[in-house]
Design a protein around this ligand. Structure first.
Ligand code: SF4
Length: 402
């Protein structure tokens, strides 16, 4: 058994380029569900606790759920791990180390494994970066969200731009790979402001950026403000212009989009997220985590209990926190495969669609969507969404598969 810290210590060498293909990739997602405060736009499974979280007890439950899932997946080689949340950088490095060692105990670990951790760029969290690196993390994804203090405040973030820049600098020193997130289409954001911020971000991030449009989700504080007329977001035309500016500037600066919201220098794409988009297999562990892996010849979907303490109780009593699961039909697999893969610039392999569903796409529907300039077929076999089509993926997939 190779330990993860040993595998990760070798990753001062460049990580491999796009190693994961959908048929062989096997990822593990770990969900740490706690945050210091709830951001007003956030609808993720994140919870604030005013007492310290019992990290050793949670870690034990993660390990127990891993053991149960290992029995179901059988021996596999893990190609990527992603610690997401919530805020995984609230975990002590020894908690992260225990979880990563657990994965290496239950499954094999690829020599070139990517191990990502989401972190918030406060100074407290940055102090733990070296510990995470020693535990086996080799890629960090920072929730920077804005590069101006007024907007950070409006977004309810707890860090300043100065703190974010220190965290970025430290992360670049410590981890072989770094990405950070920004939110755009923020209230009052002009094209010129966003252009300048993007340029600064590319200069700081170097090789990977996740750039998300602000969306108002039901159940969030922003939703209530927006409904009450106290929050105005850019109108659809301005939001579309900001999206186009994003594509233009990132392409010009060498970080073109490889997925709707993700931009990278060639070869620096997120290997773990490619597992999702290329329709690979993954196991989801922790409160509210989703998994999709092959079992008994079908693709199984698993979903765990979202509430953290209820999840722990359930794992302690029954060995896992799964509350919903189903086997997908070939048609459902085909729909998901298209939905995920059409997010990617590279598109989807139509032979694989045929393999999953037992049939091809209907030629007349495909031709009609091509004529309307929503889809393109490359080399006779790769289907991809055009820039217009990328904004209408749900509709396109429904049309293609009706
Ligand atoms: S830190 Fe992230 S997960 Fe936590 S509340 Fe804010 S946006 Fe949500």
């Amino acid at each position: 058994m190779q330990s993860l810290s040993a595998a990760a210590s070798e990753t001062a060498r460049p990580l491999p380029i796009l190693q994961t293909d959908g048929d062989h990739a096997f990822g593990i997602y770990l969900h740490w569900p706690f945050c210091m405060a709830k951001c007003p736009y956030c609808d993720f499974n994140s919870h604030v606790r005013h007492q310290p979280v019992d990290q050793p007890r949670f870690a034990q439950s993660f390990l127990r759920e891993m053991a149960t899932l290992r029995e179901r997946t059988g021996p596999r080689t893990v190609t990527s791990i992603f610690l997401g949340g919530g805020t995984p950088s609230l975990m002590q490095p020894q908690t992260v180390g225990a979880l990563l060692d657990g994965i290496a105990k239950y499954w094999s670990v690829a020599d070139d494994i990517e191990v990502s951790l989401e972190a918030n760029p406060t100074s407290v969290e940055a102090d733990r970066f070296r510990g995470y690196r020693a535990a086996g993390v080799n890629r960090v994804s920072l929730g920077v969200q804005a590069l101006n203090d007024r907007d950070l405040k409006r977004l309810g973030r707890l860090h300043s731009v100065a703190e974010a820049k220190v965290a970025i600098g430290l992360a670049r020193e410590i981890f072989p790979r770094l990405s950070f997130d920004l939110i755009y289409a923020r209230p009052d954001q002009s094209i010129a402001d966003w252009n300048a911020e993007l340029r600064e971000a590319v200069a700081l991030a170097a090789d990977h950026l996740s750039l998300y449009q602000l969306t108002i989700e039901e159940g969030t504080q922003f939703y209530n403000l927006w409904k009450a007329g106290k929050l105005t977001t850019p109108d659809p035309d301005h939001a579309a212009a900001l999206y186009e500016e994003t594509q233009r500037v990132t392409s010009e600066l060498g970080l073109p989009a490889y997925e709707i919201s993700n931009h990278a220098v060639k070869g620096r794409e997120s290997q773990h997220n490619l597992v999702y988009w290329r329709y690979g297999e993954y196991v989801g562990i922790g409160p509210g985590a989703h998994g999709r892996f092959r079992e008994n010849g079908a693709r199984t979907v698993t979903m765990t209990e979202k509430h953290p303490e209820t999840w722990v109780d359930k794992v302690e009593s029954s060995g896992h926190g799964i509350i919903e699961e189903e086997y997908l039909t070939p048609e459902q697999e085909g729909d998901e495969f298209l939905m995920m893969g059409l997010r990617l610039k590279e598109g989807v392999d139509l032979n694989r669609y045929q393999k999953l569903t037992g049939h091809g796409l209907k030629p007349e529907r495909l031709a009609s969507l091509q004529e309307q300039n929503f889809l393109q077929v490359l080399d006779g076999n790769f289907l991809r969404a055009t820039p217009d089509g990328a904004l209408l993926l749900n509709t396109l997939v429904a049309e293609l598969t009706a």
